[in-house]
Design a protein. Sequence first.
Length: 239
Amino acid sequence: MKRFWKKVRQPLADSVLVKNLLATLISWLLRLVSSTNTVAPGSDDPYVTIAKSSPMIVTLWHGQHLLAPAVYPRGNRVVAMFSRSADAELNALVAEKFGFGIVRGSGGRPGTSKADKGGARALIALKRFLDGGDNVAMIADIPHGTPREAGLGVITLARISGRPIMPVAIATSRRKVLEKSWDKTAINLPFGQRAIAIGAPIFVAPDADADAMETKRLEVTAALNAATARAYNLVDGAR
């Protein structure tokens, strides 16, 4: 059986049909988790934020974002950026099941002046969506980089678009944390409480130089960590 699994594992992973079936299953599970978790007292209302700040750049941490497609308010257009890695492909397919638009690319790493060429093209595409009135969503930290440290991609997008960065965290009282994963992914579970914590909007000046960009990167990092801590405090207080 082990030899058989090794033979079929990669063809299954490469199968468009299998990936779509998995994405459909995961989307159903996320809907179940969202619908069976009551909203914790003190949770922020994303509808209010969207009404006040759209179009905006929603940003979250890796590993804390899995429930985001299920809790994003329906009827509000959003385009999400996913890396070009194979791991991100399934996440992108799941987001599409919830009506998200998809742009592929990656943000710039701290210590670099800009994103790579693919990332730069993705940021230009996201700017066009913002200019057209759509909200966009980006993961702030870099895949397999330093977890919970914002990259420059989201800062660059805010600078070139003039639109605010909205730090967002989502937590559930019942969860399984994958401690051995690089980002300590939180698997949200049903039949508990959930909370959304949204920080204050962060703007980046269009003429921001490298020092100003670094300052804003640190500000986004701090704001996302604060939102994450608040979201978990809201749901863990219900235990």
